[in-house]
Ligand binder design. Sequence first.
Ligand code: DGL
Length: 268
Amino acid sequence: MALIGVFDSGVGGLSILDEALRQLPQHDYIYLADSANAPYGEKSSNWITARSLALCKYLASKGCHAIVIACNTATAEAIAQIRAELSIPIIGVEPGIKPAAMQSQNGIVGVLATEATLKSDKFNALLATLPDHCRFIKQSGAGLVPLIEAGKADSEETLDLLSKHLEPILDAGSDTLVLGCTHYPFLRKSIRKLLGDTITLIDTSDAVVRQLKRQLEVLDHRSDSGECGSVLLISSKDEASLLAMAKDLLSNDLNLHSTHSAFLGDVS
Ligand code: DGL
């Protein structure tokens, strides 16, 4: 079995951990939430790169065989440097604009992501590879991450802010919406409340976990034992509330795993 590190600015990457526990329950996981510093999306590129690198080095020092950067923002800004400095597989997350372009019927696709992701060279390079016939309506989801971090994903306040952010996407006639931040899958209920079933939602957690699985197979870490592995939840802010949020947000039953939480001390 492998030990897998999953890292995000906060609770968003739990959407990836959830999928990983579904597809690869036998492995052991360390989930690292840098909630004391969320949101990353409004921070400078240098800061995001340095912090993400430090946290991935920390996970590698704990013995992780692979790390999932379960954050679009950290992937966009830092994955190249993290891969250059660590010798274990590093799997990143990118907004699913490619599958969205393939699935959209009318070629109009909304992309909801952080400011930093939308501005990043990596995202814009990916965008440039896609066919011209597709139009992408890019919208920053400013303010949404703090609400989700505060456990308010389904609140009226979130609905109000979300409806403002979705307005340009809807006005343009988008039939597909890319959830380009790992926190946003936790807004599905609110998005459906506002938009009904008329829009296709794209998130990439399934593809990310399939990529993780391929990498583990290359390392010969297969997942064929019947037992569920352990989950260690580490927070830079409040480990008890991370555990409570994980129990609330994950569709997997955490009781099937041996689960612990811990506080992240200074990492630099
Ligand atoms: N979950 C991160 C992402 O996917 C959130 C970014 C933030 O902290 O602003 O981009």
